[in-house]
Write a protein that binds this ligand. Structure first.
Ligand SMILES: *Cc1c(COP(=O)(O)O)cnc(C)c1O
Length: 389
């Protein structure tokens, strides 16, 4: 017997689920060169247009001059540099919490926080549409794991009845494939009533939501009592890389002592931390980026509604258009590329079977004219592909 990899791969092809990596030949931006073609991209998570901002690039270079490139060791050995420390202090101040802890990726921050907080004998309750990194972490923690219905406090209350031990309720702040907001006020009230802690993964809200960009907790005016564990990522609106968890002194010390994905890994490049410090300044200084993004979101939604497209209930830069079958979503995305527009076709297992979609994402670097080009291309592509099915 041997692994039959080729038949597994062939099945993926047949089901229209095979994944390819488009080859990017330019920095992130509204116009990119992908697989040799110039396209307007509506699929990155660089929501504020900071990934290639000259000030962020300059900060990376200066950071490399000052600190070198490699982290060199884990934080607990000799990898915790002044650059990492300054970024943690700035993130703590920005989120209004006593401490923040820097991780190399969002996946690791989720894995680290969840496995440090719950284990066998405890419970972890998650929205069924949570990001894969949260669901994986819940399973790996060894705690009793259950999923409640999407954004449904009543379903959460029902699961909480059966919970045992320390109980952690975990939700995306902005759902990454639907773009809707977690109903945090209601979910937190439900969790608090049962003395459960709430953890929010704000990968898509941090930098984008709230008056200062502090994310979904700022948007709803919630603090550490309601959301003791706040996680944000730096590779999306912040345009750099890494992630953090912010919370109480005791929470952060617990993660430093017990979060294995924090302890057993090399610190991120200190130069990246310098770049993130600069992008944090831009997030705070340039409120116009969030304002412009809101204008683009409203323009896109009004135009898409006129075309009769199946929008979802999203006030965020994530604006999915439900298509249904994977094959059809792929064909619409292909046609859009021929028309000069790049949009991701999101298929199972990333989204539930039968709910393949085009995941349009808008950024502050787009212009209104580019959004209009997208709407024209969508009208053409959908009218060409769908009537022939
Ligand atoms: C992107 C994402 C992550 C993972 O963050 P990385 O830094 O890319 O590893 C975690 N949670 C959510 C909701 C995300 O969208």
């Amino acid at each position: 017997m041997s692994f039959n990899l080729s038949s597994r791969l062939a099945e993926r092809h047949t089901a229209s689920l095979y994944r390819h990596r488009p080859l990017l030949e330019t920095p992130q931006g509204p116009v990119v060169n992908v697989d040799g073609r110039e396209l307007i991209a509506f699929c990155s998570n660089d929501y504020l247009g900071l990934a290639n901002h000259p000030r962020v690039v300059a900060a990376l270079k200066e950071g490399a001059d000052r600190w070198g490139v490699g982290g060199g060791a884990s934080h607990l050995v000799v990898g915790h540099s002044g650059a990492h420390h300054a970024l943690e202090e700035a993130l703590a101040a920005f989120t209004g919490r006593p401490r923040a802890l820097l991780f190399s990726t969002g996946y690791m921050a989720n894995l680290g926080a969840i496995t440090a907080l719950v284990s066998k004998g405890d419970s972890v309750l998650q929205d069924r549409l949570n990001h894969a990194s949260l669901l994986d972490s819940g399973l790996l923690s060894g705690a009793r794991f259950s999923r409640y219905l999407h954004n449904d406090p009543a379903s959460l209350a029902n699961r909480l009845e059966k919970a045992e031990g320390n109980t952690l309720v975990v939700t995306d702040g902005v759902f990454s494939m639907d773009g809707d907001l977690a109903d945090l006020p209601a979910l937190c009230t439900t969790a608090c009533a049962r003395e459960a802690w709430t953890m929010v993964d704000d990968a898509h809200g941090f930098g984008v939501l709230g008056a200062t960009g502090a994310g979904i907790v700022e948007h709803f005016g919630l603090g550490m009592d309601e959301v003791p564990v706040l996680m944000g990522t730096l590779g999306k609106a912040f345009g750099t890389a890494g992630a953090f968890v912010a919370g109480s002194e005791a929470l952060i010390e617990t993660l430093i002592q017990f979060a294995r994905p924090y302890i057993y890994t090399t610190s991120q490049s200190p130069a990246i931390a310098c770049a993130t410090l600069e992008s944090l300044r831009l997030v705070q200084e340039d409120a116009w980026r969030r304002t412009h993004l809101r204008v683009l979101i409203a323009r896109f939604r009004a135009g898409a509604a006129r075309l009769g497209l199946a929008l979802m209930d999203s006030p965020t830069p994530i604006q999915p258009i439900l298509i249904g079958s994977s094959d059809r979503a792929l064909r619409v995305a292909d046609r859009l590329r021929d028309l000069g527009v790049m949009v991701g076709a999101i298929r199972p297992p990333t989204v539930p079977v039968g709910s393949a979609r085009l995941r349009v994402t808008l950024t502050a670097a787009h212009t209104e004219a580019q959004v209009d080009r997208l709407l024209d291309a969508l009208a053409d592509a959908i009218s060409e592909v769908i009537p022939h099915d």
